[in-house]
Ligand binder design. Structure first.
Ligand code: PLP
Length: 370
C-alpha cells in the first residue's frame, strides 16, 4: 500500500479536510423524503434571470470549439456593468478558483495572511495550502472588526488580508467610510482581497464601489460571482477586478480556457438584464424581510442582512434545530458548522417557501423547547 501522506507536499497533514456534507439523496433516504429544499448553501432559489438559459442553449451549438482565449466579449460586458476597464476583468471558473489563483500569485511558504473568523472557509484553507500561516481575527458583535484586522496585518506583516463584504455568514455590509479607514490603516506590502460574491444583492447606490480603489492604484483586488444573485452556480463563473498591471500574473496562473462557453454566454446575457435584475433584487429583499419576520415571530433573533441568507440566533440547540428541519425536508446550516453555535443560517427563497420555513422552524423550536 502506498502511504500518500508521505508523498504529498509537506504541510498537508496539518490541514483540515474540506467537509463536503451529506448529499440531498442521503437526507432523502435517511428520512424517507420525496423532496428536500436546500437552504444551507446560499444558492439562488429564484433561478437564473429570464432568457439566460436560452442564451446558454444557443451557445451549445458551438461546443466543439474552444472558448475565445482572451474573453474579450465577457470582459467588455463585465466592465460596462461594473463601470471599469475590460483590462481589469479576469474571469475564472467561480470565485473559489480565483481565491486559489490569487493565493498562488501572492503567497509563498512562511507568508502570513489575515482572515476574519468566522468567514468563508476557503480563504484560510487555500492560503494554508500555499504554506502561509493564517491569523484569524474574530468578528465583533457579528461585524467585521476592521481595526483589529488592520492591526493584525501590521503586526504580522501580512501579505494578504481577506475580506468578505457583504459578509458570509452574517449578511452584514460595510459602508464607504469604514472601508476607507481600513484601507488607509493597512501596512505597505499588504493586499486587501475582497470577496464580493453577494454584492449584486445591494442596490447600486449602496455599494462601496471598491472598483474605484482598484482604478486609483490602491492594493485592492475584488472577487465577484455569478453563483449567487445571477443563479448560475452550476455553470461555475466568477471574475476578479484587478489593476491592469496585476491581471497578467493571474492569467499566468489560471489555466487557459478555464471558463467554459456556456458559462460565459450566461454571464454576458445576465449582465444585460439590468431592469429585470432590479426587480429581482426587490423581490429577494421582500422575501428576506418575510423570512426575518417569520423567524422573529418564531422566537429567533434574525440579524440584518443585505444578502440572500439570514443569520439568526436561536434559544435551542442549533444542530438539533437543523436536524429537526432536515427531517421535514428543509436543509439549513447550523452555526456550529462555522463557529457560531447558537445561530443558524438560512437561505432566502420565494415568499411561500419562506412562510413554510418560518412555520416549520416554529414547530421544531416548540418541540425542542419542550
Ligand atoms: C463568500 C463566498 N464566496 C464565494 C462563494 C463561492 O462562489 P463561486 O460559486 O463563484 O465559486 C461562496 C458560496 O457560498 C461564498 O459564500
Amino acid at each position: 500500500m502506498t502511504d500518500w501522506s508521505t508523498l504529498v507536499a509537506p504541510g498537508f497533514s496539518e490541514l483540515d479536510s474540506f467537509a463536503l456534507g451529506e448529499t440531498v439523496a442521503g437526507v432523502q433516504a435517511r428520512y424517507g423524503l420525496d423532496e428536500v429544499v436546500k437552504l444551507n448553501w446560499n444558492e439562488n432559489l429564484f433561478g437564473p434571470l429570464p432568457g439566460v438559459v436560452e442564451a446558454v442553449r444557443e451557445e451549445l451549438d458551438g461546443v466543439a470549439l474552444y472558448p475565445e482565449l482572451v474573453n474579450t466579449a465577457f470582459r467588455e460586458e463585465v466592465a460596462r456593468y461594473v463601470g471599469t476597464k475590460p483590462e481589469s476583468v479576469v474571469p475564472g471558473h467561480g470565485t473559489l478558483a480565483l481565491i486559489g489563483t490569487l493565493a498562488t500569485v501572492f503567497l509563498r511558504p512562511g507568508d502570513r495572511v489575515v482572515v476574519p473568523a468566522p468567514a468563508y472557509g476557503l480563504y484560510a484553507q487555500l492560503s494554508a495550502i500555499r504554506g502561509a500561516s493564517v491569523e484569524r481575527v474574530a468578528l465583533r458583535e457579528l461585524a467585521l472588526d476592521l481595526d483589529a484586522m488592520a492591526r493584525a496585518a501590521s503586526e504580522t506583516s501580512a501579505r494578504i488580508v481577506w475580506v468578505c463584504d457583504p459578509h458570509n455568514p452574517t449578511g452584514s455590509a460595510l459602508d464607504r467610510a469604514k472601508w476607507e479607514r481600513f484601507l488607509d490603516a493597512l501596512p505597505a506590502g499588504c493586499v486587501a482581497i475582497v470577496d464580493e460574491a453577494y454584492i449584486d444583492y445591494l442596490p447600486v447606490e449602496r455599494r462601496v464601489r471598491r472598483e474605484l480603489d482598484v482604478e486609483s492604484g490602491r492594493p485592492v483586488v475584488l472577487l465577484r460571482s455569478f453563483s449567487k444573485f445571477f443563479g448560475l452556480a452550476g455553470l461555475r463563473l466568477g471574475y476578479a477586478i484587478v489593476d491592469e498591471g496585476l491581471a497578467p500574473y493571474l492569467d499566468l496562473v489560471e489555466e487557459p480556457f478555464n471558463v467554459n462557453c456556456a458559462g460565459l454566454a450566461a454571464g454576458r446575457a445576465s449582465l444585460r438584464l439590468t431592469d429585470v435584475a432590479d426587480r429581482r433584487r426587490a423581490e429577494v429583499a421582500e422575501a428576506r424581510h418575510a423570512l426575518s419576520q417569520g423567524l422573529h415571530d418564531a422566537g429567533l433573533e434574525p440579524q440584518p442582512s443585505v444578502a440572500n441568507f439570514v443569520l439568526a440566533r436561536v434559544d435551542v440547540d442549533d444542530v438539533a434545530l437543523a436536524e429537526g428541519l432536515a427531517a421535514r425536508g428543509l436543509l439549513i446550516r447550523p452555526g456550529a458548522d462555522f463557529g457560531l453555535p447558537g445561530s443558524v443560517r438560512i437561505t432566502v427563497g420565494p415568499i411561500p417557501l419562506m412562510d413554510r420555513v418560518a412555520a416549520e422552524v416554529l414547530a421544531v423550536c416548540q418541540a425542542l423547547r419542550g
